[in-house]
Design a protein around this ligand. Structure first.
Ligand code: NOJ
Length: 585
């Protein structure tokens, strides 16, 4: 068994603590609510805004600073609401505008801020603008709001270029013109029901300024910007032979790769064009007209990290999800590298790093970390695929979360991770609703497995998700043991572990803290231990198979698992565990 020698350790400072009052979002823990799967009030089996409002106390008790709501706008729901038909109204499936106002007011009363989703890359094909564009014909101002082009080939029968959709299949669909003849093609980087807007068009720009104001006037605290790296396409829409996938693979913590196979499909003429930044500078100035530090957070699958940091320069957005961190494998070296590079890149522009491990687009981290390659990121898991080790995955997920919540910056949690929920990996294929499943020719299972309705109670039908017991996707049997009421008040449960972590993170001001790597713990040479100091807290994650001994003069503050104490009072940290300890007794 290894023995630590604290006196021989060395530290390397990577990030300094910030001092004084600062905007709330710099250090906030923000909880993602996926409305259709959070809580259902009206009994139709689909979550809704009144359901969310009724459960906000759960989030206040958990200790989050803010919620981010995935889209609840009027939508035909071809991509679970990311196909918006009216940006200024609530879809009847989720409730009414009055329900949105009520949610905002209740959240604010509880001290929880609210971020809503903004989907500017594309609209629904049922948005009035697209309906008008189809009717108006080629060359019209209505078509100029979208990316319509004539096809290639003698009769325009070939798509304008070779781009593929992120969900699989071609990124272009040909219209039949109003007079019945085969017509122009329109671009859709996602589903056929999600036509891309043309952001060189001033009307498009003006419309989104107005949408921002509509929600800012209602009191929202910020916007999560969907596909923030995709709005501007390269001049001339050149062919591209690389992948257009946004969530491609997992990697080992190096962030300079250009091969597009590492975590983010950020290369290619459809992604991360310099022209996007002007849009965010414009939006920054819109938000700045309002009080209360409203914020913009970029969903931008962009690497290397220095390019991602450009989205959070001080006159642009405020946060950008760190997907390089999310896609890093369970390896001490890789994690150290990505954390260092992230903090350095963001420090360069004076922005916080925004950590995240799970969301509604990726396999839940409790399952990713239980795969044969821990941290790999398949595009969904089906019953025929190799199954994750549930117990090991959860153990590592709790360790990863405690590591993340001790890092300086802001952190996002995805609903259900506080319960330790695994991915539903055996969902019946006939139930799948993610367009990825059929657009990929039923080869990529996609994202339904991380979108299963939450289990609030162990013993009720539908685990208390809905008063009727209905759930829009079937919950797996295992959800009974993950239900909130089976964990609340239970020492060492995942829920109580998260709750204590959030309380201690606040108490020790870790979000505005520092990061200095600690070397010299015996195992670090073998690359199986990650150790750093943030303010007075030493954070140690043991990723190796052997138990680690921490010296007795450390005061244990929190741990992702129960720890044993040796006869000489040394703390024994087992494999796949994170510990927070106070330096000195
Ligand atoms: C990213 C969103 O997170 C995802 O759910 C959606 O399918 C695409 N953008 C398209 O809007």
């Amino acid at each position: 068994m290894a023995t630590t020698q604290p006196t021989s350790t060395t530290t390397t400072l990577v990030h300094r603590a910030t001092s004084g009052a600062a905007e709330w979002w710099r250090t906030a823990v923000i909880y993602q609510v996926y409305p259709r799967s959070f809580a259902d009030a009206d009994g139709d089996g689909i979550g809704d805004l009144p359901g969310i409002t009724s459960r906000l106390r759960h989030l206040a008790r958990l200790g989050v600073d803010a919620v981010w709501l995935s889209p609840f706008y009027r939508s035909p729901q071809h991509d679970a609401g990311y196909d918006v038909a009216d940006y200024r109204d609530v879809d009847p499936v989720f409730g009414t505008l009055a329900d949105a106002d009520d949610l905002l007011a209740t959240a604010h009363d509880l001290g929880i801020r609210v971020i809503v989703d903004l989907v500017p890359n594309h609209t629904s094909d049922e948005h009035p603008w697209f309906v008008q564009a189809v009717a108006a014909g080629p060359g019209s101002p209505e078509r100029a709001r979208y990316v319509f082009r004539d096809g290639r080939g003698t009769d325009g029968e070939q798509p304008p270029n070779n781009w593929t959709s992120v969900f699989g299949g071609p990124a272009w669909t040909r219209l039949t013109e109003p007079d019945g003849t085969p017509g122009q093609w329109y671009l859709h980087l996602f589903d056929v029901h999600q036509p891309d807007l043309d952001w060189t068009n001033d009307e498009v720009r003006e419309e989104f300024r107005s949408v921002l104001r509509f929600w800012l006037d209602r009191g929202v605290d910020g916007f999560r910007v969907d596909v923030a790296h995709g709005l501007v396409k390269a001049e001339g829409l050149p062919d591209w032979d690389g992948t257009s996938a946004m969530i491609d693979g997992a990697h080992e913590g190096t962030t300079g790769s250009e091969d597009g196979a590492t975590g983010a499909g950020s290369t290619g003429p459809m992604w991360d064009q310099d022209g996007v930044h002007e849009i965010y500078r414009d939006w920054h100035s819109v938000l700045a007209e309002y009080d209360g530090d409203r914020c913009l957070v970029a969903e931008a699958w962009v690497e290397p990290l220095a390019r991602l940091a450009a989205y959070v320069r001080d006159d642009e957005m405020h946060q950008a999800f760190n997907f390089s961190f999310l896609t890093t494998l369970w390896s001490a070296d890789a994690l150290r590298r990505v954390v260092t590079e992230s903090l350095e890149a963001n420090d360069e522009v004076g922005a916080p790093t925004t950590w995240v491990l799970s969301n509604h687009d990726v396999v839940r981290h409790a399952s990713r970390l239980g795969l044969a390659t821990p941290g790999a990121k398949p595009n969904g898991i089906g019953a025929q695929d190799p199954q994750p080790d549930e117990e090991l995955g959860l153990r590592r997920a709790r360790a990863a979360t405690l590591l993340m919540l001790a890092l300086p910056g802001s952190a996002y949690l995805y609903q259900g991770e506080e319960l330790g929920l695994p991915e539903h990996t055996t969902l019946d294929d006939d139930e799948r609703q993610d367009p990825t499943w059929w657009r990929s020719g039923r080869t990529e299972r996609g994202r339904d497995g991380c979108r299963i309705p939450l289990p609030w109670t162990a013993d009720e039908p539908g685990h208390g998700f809905s008063p009727t017991g209905a759930t829009w996707l079937t919950q797996p049997d295992s959800f009974a043991r993950y239900a909130l009421d089976a964990q609340r008040g239970v020492r060492g449960s995942t829920y109580e572990t998260y709750r204590s972590a959030l309380r201690l993170r606040r108490e020790f001001r870790l979000g505005s803290g520092s990061l200095a790597w600690v070397d010299g713990l015996p195992d670090t040479a073998r690359g199986s231990v990650l150790a750093f100091v943030n303010r007075e807290i030493l954070v140690v994650t043991n990723l190796g198979p052997e138990t680690l001994r921490l010296p007795a003069d450390l005061q244990l503050v929190h741990a992702s698992q129960d720890l044993a104490v040796a006869e000489d009072d040394a703390v024994l940290v087992p494999a796949d565990t994170t510990v927070w300890a106070r330096l000195g007794r």
